[in-house]
Design a protein around this ligand. Structure first.
Ligand code: FCB
Length: 451
């Protein structure tokens, strides 16, 4: 592979010696072993088993088989010089009924993963919840039920007590607006519920659960670094007409501010998104004191930007995205616009909250169609994407943002939720029929960059 210009200009040293470099994954997307060794069913197991929910009727019963191949994959992380590995814990593997009886085989499995990382000199970064609620809890109301705060607290406590002697970096939840929005408003992700009456209570119970989880980790593991992660996209109005500008403000409140602001003690962005007034119905006396939590770091995850215009016909928000495919821009396999400045603007946006102490990019990456040539994958577009986004991260860092790390999404091509196996995000190609791994050019580049 030829070295690009960026390859030669770019050194990880430019980010300083303490900058944290890593790679991110999530349990449901890589583990497989969906019913092995006592694991219970999750909402994603149930959702993927339904008809017409997932592109090409793909499912994640095996996916990358990380459950059995974790050593091989952690060896590859080592080979690529990646010092930090982010993964999540499957709730239903530890607690098959959501609460109560603990499945020791599940604890043993995560102990093996954690211990193997540590033996290889790789730091484990654990996301407690990356969208896979036990199905039995969904049947009792899932995130729309206020009881979920207790269920989640039990799970967090078990994680902290089981793994906290070795895991020093924790993220309570992954991208709350995506799993509540896609899962409880649009119904396109598990558990497939829709409507504002599901979405609104889910929002508040998730905020209270993130807060409860943060407090439990802080109390049980006073030395640990406690964070949580948020998706974000730069939002721009299609025109500078006042109604497009106002639509963009509403979209920004929904997409970028809905969860971070109550957790920072700023309350819900009700003024900019009036539909949130209906949260009032679910806010109980005393809840105001159980929303703000002083996280050690905030994870932000950025892939693209969105262009928004006013839309009379879109209920609750009065705004509509102008699809990237209609904008004559470069697209990824997710049909997301490639737009590196977005990550810079999002770092600046989160940096502007004085309550945030430290920001880590906990996900960034791209899906492009890959082809295997002679046991190699020449994924120039992904490589370029990563270099161009990382250059924007450096720009923000150089401007003094409190930015301390960057994780690529993701290690291996995996199960991309409703999109199935079609989008390939990995630094490592996976043939899902044979489970053969091939490090892509982008992975090789990241490995050289981190050397
Ligand atoms: C994020 C998710 C992650 C992955 C990437 C592409 O929204 O956190 O699991 O699917 O997008």
């Amino acid at each position: 592979m030829e070295l690009t210009d960026q390859d030669t200009q770019f050194h990880k040293q430019l980010f300083g010696p303490d900058f944290i470099w890593g790679v991110s994954t999530a349990a449901f997307q890589i583990e497989g072993a969906h019913d092995a060794d006592g694991k219970g069913e999750s909402v994603w197991d149930a959702f993927t088993a339904k008809k017409s929910k997932i592109l090409n009727a793909d499912h994640a019963r095996v996916t990358c088989d990380f459950y059995n191949r974790y050593q091989e994959d952690i060896d590859l992380i080592k080979e690529l010089n990646i010092p930090n590995f982010r993964f999540s814990i499957s709730w239903a593997r530890l607690l098959p009924s959501g609460i109560g009886q603990v499945n020791q085989a599940g604890i043993d499995y995560y102990n093996r993963v954690i211990n193997y990382c540590i033996s290889m000199g790789i730091e484990p970064w654990v996301t407690i919840y990356h969208w896979d609620l036990p199905q039995v809890l969904e049947q009792k109301g899932g995130w729309t039920s206020r009881e979920v705060i207790d269920w989640f607290s039990e799970f967090v406590t078990l994680c902290a007590k089981s793994f906290g002697d070795r895991v020093k970096h924790w993220m309570v939840m992954n991208e709350p607006v995506v799993f509540t929005g896609a899962g409880y408003f649009f119904g396109i992700h598990a558990p497939g519920r829709n409507g504002i009456r599901n979405f609104i209570p889910a929002i508040h119970h998730v905020v209270l659960s993130i807060n409860a989880g943060g407090k439990i980790l802080r109390k049980l593991l006073p030395e640990a670094q406690v964070g949580t992660t948020f998706s974000c996209s730069q939002i721009e109005p299609l025109t500078d007409k006042p109604r497009d500008v106002a639509a963009a403000v509403r979209a920004d409140a929904l997409i970028n501010r809905l969860f971070i602001e109550p957790l920072l003690g700023l309350g819900y962005p009700v003024n900019d998104l009036p539909v949130l007034k209906s949260l009032q119905k679910y806010i109980k006396p005393g809840d105001e004191d159980n929303m703000q939590f002083d996280f050690d770091f905030i994870g932000i995850q950025n892939y693209t930007r969105e262009i928004v215009k006013y839309s009379f016909f879109t209920p609750y928000i009065g705004a509509k995205m102008v699809k990237a495919e209609n904008r004559n821009v470069e697209l990824t396999a997710m049909r997301w616009e490639v737009y590196p400045p977005s990550i810079y603007h999002m770092i600046k946006k989160f940096d502007a909250y004085p309550q945030i102490k430290s920001i880590i990019i906990t996900e960034n990456g791209a899906a492009f169609p890959d082809t295997v040539d002679d046991n190699a994958v020449h994924d120039g577009k992904r490589l370029q994407y990563l270099q161009n986004y990382i250059a924007q991260v450096l720009k923000a860092k150089n401007e003094g943002c409190k930015l301390n790390g960057y994780f690529v999404w993701t290690l291996t091509d995996n199960f991309e939720w409703a999109e199935g196996y079609h989008p390939r995000f990995g630094l490592i190609h996976v043939d899902h029929a044979t489970q053969q791994r091939i490090v892509k050019d982008s992975g090789r580049w990241y490995g050289r960059f981190l050397k």
